[in-house]
Design a protein around this ligand. Structure first.
Ligand code: NAD
Ligand code: NA
Length: 398
């Protein structure tokens, strides 16, 4: 079929198999160009491996230090006449390219929050790898069915305490407007968001993996967090999602205790704001990202997800480095985003941003391009008028 973008609000309903494959290949080529990551991970489990930071982590491990990888994700394969999700095609492309390079790569497509998928993953590790020495936890989800209670929790993106009014952008139309977001009405919204995006499921994974004996001596585990600028605090760090990130970060010492007898260690890495399927759903943030991109590109310090994760692996987690931690015990690869000169310039542009000057003062074009790239669109060498085979079967995805 001929596959072109079909956009609804902040999501794109279609994905292009050859375009996503080319996008994955770009990321692989970048990691290879940076050279070998010394004493890098060898057997890696990535939970949330199909898109965004999780996919970039998987690529960094596989093509930076020849790691065998198992990916867990929740994606839809194609059916005849209906394209699969971007994460499905990404994973198909990654596994093909990894296997061609002689690297072990298999995946499990299912609900990572469930006990069943944890059991299935453990069985696969036992069968094929024995143990893993790195567990990356990179889930982003709007909901979680709790495996013990059966309760279906839905996360919300809301401020806490008072309403928040600020600028936002419709990045497709390029229209800047004011948005007011009402605060949570009760603790329920906060608790649900913490249940979905907090640290409990990360802990359940590490407990289950440890109990099964599939964590190697010296194992590392890392999950991802975000802080960002003050102007997004009410909707992000001080909002419901921020409470979930507080909970995720508070899980680190718990996991360190759990891993102590294996000489294992857990980290949260605070990453840069980037265009992913998850971040494009947050109000206010896309306008901030488009201004941030402008400033960071002008200074020559812009990074995408793959640059971020390659740097995390090469300069924080491996290469015989002991990572510097901030006052709250976190790794910071948002260091360039948070630089004072960068933040001062973004804050100035934030004041100025209007629909009229948006194309000029922001990198909204770069935002849009990155957004379409997530779904395999706007990739130079792909002919989007041409027929493509939408059904991509991948035997190594269970
Ligand atoms: P993403 O949407 O690109 O990736 C989410 C992944 O989770 C996908 O692989 C998806 O398949 C998987 N997933 C979702 N629900 C699942 C389920 N029930 N079972 C199995 N897999 C499931 O998101 P992302 O932006 O890469 O986010 C990953 C992490 O990085 C999150 O913790 C996020 O908060 C954090 N982070 C993101 C940003 C940003 O700007 N995007 C910045 C800093 C930190
Ligand atoms: Na991810």
């Amino acid at each position: 079929m001929i596959i072109q973008p079909r956009v609804r609000g902040f999501i794109c309903l279609t994905s292009h198999p050859e375009g996503t494959a080319a996008h994955v290949k770009q990321q692989i080529d970048y990691v290879k160009s940076k050279g070998e990551i010394k004493n890098g991970p060898k057997k890696v489990l990535v939970i949330g491996a199909s898109t965004g930071f999780g996919l970039a982590s998987r690529i960094s491990a596989a093509f930076g230090s020849e790691a065998a990888t198992i990916g867990v994700f929740f994606e839809k394969p194609a059916a005849p006449g209906k394209p699969g999700t971007a994460g499905w095609y990404n994973s198909a492309a990654f596994e093909k390219q990894a296997q061609e390079a002689g690297l072990y790569a298999k995946s499990i497509n299912g609900d990572a929050f469930s006990d069943e998928v944890k059991k299935q993953t453990i069985a696969l590790i036992k069968e094929d790898l024995g143990q893993v020495d790195l567990v990356v936890y990179s889930l982003a989800s709007p909901r979680r069915t709790h495996p013990k209670t059966g309760v279906a929790h839905a996360s919300v993106l809301k401020p806490i305490g008072q309403a928040f009014t600020n600028k936002t952008v419709d990045f497709h139309a390029g229209v800047v407007s004011d948005i007011s977001i009402q605060p949570v009405e009760n603790e329920e919204d906060i608790n649900n968001t913490v249940a979905v995006m907090g640290g409990e499921d990360w802990k359940f994974w590490i407990e289950a993996l440890k109990e099964a004996g599939v964590l190697a001596e010296g194992v590392k585990t890392v999950a991802y967090s975000y802080i960002g600028p003050e102007l997004t605090y009410p909707i992000y760090r001080n909002g419901t999602i921020g409470k979930a990130k507080d909970d995720l970060e508070a899980t680190v010492p718990v996991l360190n205790d759990l891993l102590a007898d294996l000489n294992g260690v857990s980290y949260v890495s605070v990453n840069k704001a980037l265009v992913t399927q998850s971040s494009s759903a947050i109000p206010v943030v896309p306008l901030y990202i488009s201004l941030l991109y402008k400033v960071m590109k002008a200074k020559g310090i812009h990074e995408g997800t793959i640059e971020q994760m390659q740097r995390l692996f090469a300069e924080r987690l491996y290469n015989d480095v002991t990572p510097a931690l901030d006052e709250k015990g976190r790794i910071r690869v948002d260091d360039l985003e948070m630089r004072e000169d960068v933040q001062a310039e973004v804050a100035q542009l934030w004041e100025e941003a209007t629909t009229e000057n948006l194309e000029e003062i922001s990198d909204i074009a770069g935002y849009r391009n990155d957004f379409f790239n997530l779904f395999g669109f706007n990739i130079d060498q792909i002919d989007y008028e041409a027929e493509t085979n939408e059904v991509v079967n991948v035997p190594s995805i269970q």
